[in-house]
Design a binder for this molecule. Structure first.
Ligand code: NAG
Ligand code: NAG
Ligand code: NAG
Ligand code: NAG
Ligand code: NAG
Ligand code: NAG
Ligand code: NAG
Ligand code: NAG
Ligand code: NAG
Ligand code: NAG
Ligand code: NAG
Ligand code: NAG
Length: 294
């Protein structure tokens, strides 16, 4: 064998060895790829190194058709999409609000564990973009939690829907664009649990949320919303938005207080302007009274 043949042989051996390593040792203890760098420089010595392969009992048959193709690429990360719903046997509660969970509700601070009209959502970060959600609301049809990078809810907001399907929860993932809710059931979600009690729908699930590129610095900041709507013959009616955060909130920051932008009758800036003028008038009045007393 001349040197180039030896080199080829060495390369093939390295690949074969690494392939075997990956197969037999689950790739966790596979030799480092940097090993291949040495092949080019110290070719002839490699053969002797590798002929002492510590895998007795396994025969390596070298064949020219063997391609470096097979095991070298990293395994693709396949997001889990499992919308199967199991029974939720506990009531969603506020106990972890401000501790491990970020909470939002309408009416403000209502208790989801009590009967009555309370729309509630909480999020708890599991890791990175993955969160566990708890959603509770009142509807004859469905309730939903939405994540949007735009206050107008335009541009394919992410919507997780829990619908009353003959007193069982049916779960959907959907996109909302210009008021149209489109079921796609392709968003990574699993561990869905749900319960229906009259008009009270509760559900919990784990979801890997998209990266909020619009808010730049924080990938987990979204305009958070809760909505409800009808569910008839398998069709989701238009969402009626019950709660929409006034700013993009970081779902991973449990200390955040979420303010419902829909709670003031006038637009926030207008309301603020009015308050401002009123308090100014009050100050002037107090000032005048104070002067008169002198
Ligand atoms: C390694 O592979 C064995 C057999 O294929 C399997 O039983 C074991 O769970 C694997 N370990 C890991 C960490 O993947
Ligand atoms: C494998 O190579 C990487 C990058 O060169 C290095 O950071 C790592 O420590 C190496 N691992 C082992 C087991 O040598
Ligand atoms: C392989 O190369 C690395 C860095 O290029 C060097 O540190 C190491 O000693 C080399 N190993 C052998 C067996 O030549
Ligand atoms: C093989 O490696 C040894 C020690 O690393 C070195 O002394 C020797 O010159 C090498 N032989 C060849 C043919 O490169
Ligand atoms: C390796 O090859 C030898 C000779 O062909 C054979 O006797 C032996 O059973 C083989 N071992 C394995 C693990 O295939
Ligand atoms: C190489 O592999 C092919 C297909 O597996 C086989 O037909 C051929 O006989 C092998 N050649 C040698 C030299 O083992
Ligand atoms: C090599 O990889 C490509 C892309 O993954 C695949 O299409 C092709 O069939 C592979 N070839 C062999 C010989 O495995
Ligand atoms: C949605 O919630 C509102 C406010 O509680 C309620 O009036 C309405 O009936 C609900 N929608 C459905 C379809 O149940
Ligand atoms: C929100 O959507 C509106 C209407 O599509 C658009 O004009 C506006 O630029 C968007 N804002 C952001 C921050 O993307
Ligand atoms: C929303 O998604 C649909 C389908 O993927 C696409 O056609 C549409 O352009 C998207 N709208 C926005 C604002 O990204
Ligand atoms: C929303 O749905 C209505 C009725 O189905 C349709 O006319 C309209 O084009 C849709 N809008 C978008 C942005 O898809
Ligand atoms: C989907 O989730 C259900 C309940 O959590 C579980 O029983 C089922 O095995 C899961 N399906 C798959 C394909 O993982």
């Amino acid at each position: 064998m001349d040197n180039s043949n030896r080199l080829m042989f060495a390369v093939v051996m390295v690949i074969a060895y690494m392939a075997m390593g990956a197969q037999t040792q689950n790739s966790t203890t596979a030799p480092n790829v940097t090993m291949a760098a040495n092949v080019t420089t110290t070719g002839p010595n490699i053969t002797t190194n590798l002929s002492t392969t510590r895998s007795p009992g396994v025969n390596i048959t070298i064949n020219g058709t063997m391609a470096p193709n097979t095991t070298m690429s990293p395994p693709a990360v396949v997001p889990v999409v499992n919308t199967t719903v199991t029974a939720l046997t506990v009531n969603i509660s506020r106990t972890e609000c401000g501790n491990s969970q970020l909470c939002a509700a309408q009416p403000k601070n209502c208790d989801p564990a009590l009967p009555g009209s309370c729309f509630f959502v909480s999020t708890q970060q599991s890791s990175g973009q993955t969160f566990s959600f708890q959603l509770r609301g009142v509807s004859s049809g469905y309730i939903a939690v939405g994540l949007s990078t735009n206050l107008t809810l335009d541009g394919n907001a992410t919507i997780y829907v829990c619908a009353n399907n003959n007193n069982n929860v049916k779960f959907f993932t959907a996109l909302l664009d210009k008021g149209n809710l489109t079921i796609n059931n392709a968003l990574p979600v699993d561990s869905v649990k749900g319960s229906v009690n009259g008009q009270i729908i509760q559900c919990t699930f784990s979801a890997t949320v998209p990266k909020a590129t619009a808010t730049r610095s924080i990938d987990t900041s979204f305009y958070l919303s809760i909505s409800n709507g009808t569910f008839m013959n398998g069709i989701l009616g238009d969402p009626n938005i019950v709660m929409l955060s006034n700013i993009a909130v970081d779902l991973s920051n449990s200390k955040t207080t979420v303010i419902n932008s829909l709670n003031s009758n006038t637009t926030p800036s207008h309301a603020f302007g009015l308050q401002h003028t009123l308090s100014q008038a009050l100050l002037i009045l107090l000032g005048v009274v104070g002067l008169m007393m002198l």
